[in-house]
Write a protein that binds this ligand. Structure first.
Ligand SMILES: [Zn+2]
Length: 253
């Protein structure tokens, strides 16, 4: 029952994330006006009420002018819904459930905007970091270990920061530093290592593949943010297991 509830909450929040992804780069308000058709401006009422399902009822078109609505909107809603469900299944009814659903919202928005525009908007990363700091403070007052999260943030931001310095900002930029710092702060030190590892591996593989496929030169800019996001999702679900598995190999070796 709670699982279904999380799925539905995720679908509804995914609908809001779509609005953020579209409006933040355009410097528009994310709360007003409500969702409307890009072409004729008609408010898409049913679509707001039933994410995903409404898209198929409307057959992917605006009810009034028939303009096509991108399949991306229901896909992001579905992705958010499934992610929320998986986070619940992994963490149960704990503080981590709130923490990682919040992180996921930031990651989806930051990753998609980076993919669309190759820009990272500081208001998105900074608000995420502020929430990350709140969770560190909560851990501190609950008597839980909080230092690993600070180390995770320093590690994430530090590694990308060094790369930006070494490459004089060609390729990665300050936006990537902020995303990685944000993710490290939420994940903690060990999972942050896993996050970095998979960001670089996926970025390397997919980056080379895209360059070959598109026959672009080395100047071709591929945003790194989406790879940090993918690395973070892997670390969120499997970070501890991967680190422990790796350490057990070291001990046997
Ligand atoms: Zn329309």
């Amino acid at each position: 029952m709670i699982g279904i509830f999380m799925l539905i909450i995720g679908l509804v929040i995914g609908s809001f994330l779509n609005v953020c992804i579209f409006r933040i780069p355009r410097e528009e308000s994310i709360s007003f006006p409500p969702s409307h058709c890009m072409k004729c401006g008609t408010r898409i009422k049913t679509y707001d009420l039933f994410p995903v399902i409404s898209y198929f009822i409307l057959k992917g078109k605006c009810r009034k002018c028939g303009d096509k609505i991108s399949i991306r909107y229901p896909l992001i809603e579905l992705f958010t819904g499934i992610l929320f469900l998986l986070i619940y299944l992994k963490f149960g009814l704990t503080l981590d459930l709130i923490k990682f659903t919040l992180l996921s919202c930031f990651l989806i928005v930051i990753g998609m905007i980076d993919l669309d525009t190759t820009d990272v908007y500081l208001k998105t990363t900074r608000s995420g970091m502020a929430i990350g700091v709140v969770f560190v403070i909560i851990a501190f007052f609950n008597g839980n270990s909080y230092l690993p999260f600070i180390y995770g943030g320093v590690l994430g931001g530090g590694v990308i920061g060094l790369i930006v310095l070494a490459t004089l900002g060609r390729g990665m930029g300050t936006g990537d530093i902020e995303i990685c710092l944000l993710c490290g702060l939420f994940l903690g030190f060990k999972p942050a290592l896993v996050m970095l590892f998979f960001s670089f591996v996926l970025g390397g593989i997919i980056g080379v593949f895209l360059m070959v496929a598109k026959k672009k030169s080395g100047k071709y800019a591929i945003p790194f943010g989406p790879f940090i996001v993918m690395g973070t999702f892997i670390a969120m679900f499997y970070g501890e297991q991967i680190v422990n598995w790796y350490l057990s190999l070291m001990i046997i070796g």
